[in-house]
Design a protein around this ligand. Structure first.
Ligand SMILES: Cc1cc2nc3c(=O)[nH]c(=O)nc-3n(C[C@H](O)[C@H](O)[C@H](O)COP(=O)(O)OP(=O)(O)OC[C@H]3O[C@@H](n4cnc5c(N)ncnc54)[C@H](O)[C@@H]3O)c2cc1C
Length: 248
């Protein structure tokens, strides 16, 4: 990891943000091109959403076939992360089931996803109501659902593991990673990007990749680009199986 003393004066590409998006982009660009890559992160690697992620690797996204295709490709990469990057990550396969009732929005979503995965030959199983209690004996109440769709080869990992793995592999490939330095603005001249202004000085470059997650609109404002992302605060409840049964 490099600090701001090593801030380069120029770079072919500056990536803003060291979450899973920024670090993976740094890894792939540094693996597949000879370009100078600089990633600038205001805090530490994976301190945004990536560090809080449940990192579930699923393929069922309702009728959104493009998501299913991207998720399947990515999941195959994560399965071989060690071999591809030289870095180990936490990884476990575990089917992900979605229980649903016919003629409801949730039922339509679940059935659409089943059809998309079937068409793409991604392992998926549809269980009828009568099969659910035998299939999921650890859960009470499943018999109340009309059906369940199991994303059979889903899994989960760890967002911080993956981002830090991409970061280390990108640096081994020659990328420069600066942490603890925020980018204040993107600089343009005559309509073209010419650099970024950081808290510790300017880096000139012709290409900027903004991978700043929910902070992206603030950077867009610096070049008069409105990026329609709004941030919401969500609540997460963690339960054990026992307490889940008690809740039901
Ligand atoms: C609780 C939770 C659970 C989730 N569960 C799942 C899941 O199970 N499966 C799944 O696929 N997804 C899940 N997600 C979503 C997933 O985590 C995010 O989509 C993903 O991490 C986004 O990555 P990112 O790199 O775009 O953004 P981030 O991880 O937010 O990274 C953006 C980075 O940019 C940096 N930054 C911002 N502004 C600047 C600046 N001006 N200068 C320099 N750096 C800057 C930030 O510090 C941050 O590190 C979950 C998210 C949360 C919060």
């Amino acid at each position: 990891m490099q600090d701001s003393d090593n801030l380069p004066n120029d770079s072919d590409i500056v990536i803003i943000g060291g979450g899973i998006m920024g670090t993976s982009i740094a890894f792939f660009l540094s693996s597949e091109t000879e370009l100078d890559i600089t990633l600038v992160e205001k805090d530490s690697i994976a301190t945004g959403s990536t560090g809080d992620s449940s990192a579930i690797l699923r393929h069922h996204y309702g009728d959104q076939e493009i998501y299913s295709k991207m998720a399947w490709w990515s999941h195959r990469f994560y399965r071989r992360f060690d071999e591809k990057t030289g870095e180990a990550i936490a990884y476990e396969e575990n089917p992900l089931v979605r229980f649903a009732n016919e003629d409801t929005p949730g039922g339509t979503y679940a059935q659409d996803g089943y059809e998309v995965l079937s068409d793409l030959d991604i392992p998926v199983t549809r269980y009828g109501s009568e099969e659910l209690p035998d299939q999921y004996p650890m859960l009470t109440g499943v018999e109340d659902y009309d059906f369940g769709i199991s994303d059979d080869e889903a899994g989960y990992s760890d967002g911080a593991d993956a981002a830090n793995g991409f970061d280390r592999a990108a640096r081994r490939n020659g990328a420069t990673v600066i942490t603890g330095t925020g980018v204040e603005s993107i600089t343009v001249d005559d309509g073209a990007v010419v650099g970024v202004e950081t808290e510790d000085g300017e880096i000139t470059c012709e290409t900027v990749v903004v991978a700043a997650g929910p902070w992206t609109p603030r950077l867009g404002e610096t070049v008069d680009v409105d990026i329609p992302i709004s941030v919401t605060r969500e609540q997460i409840i963690g339960t054990s199986r026992k307490s889940l049964r008690e809740l039901c």
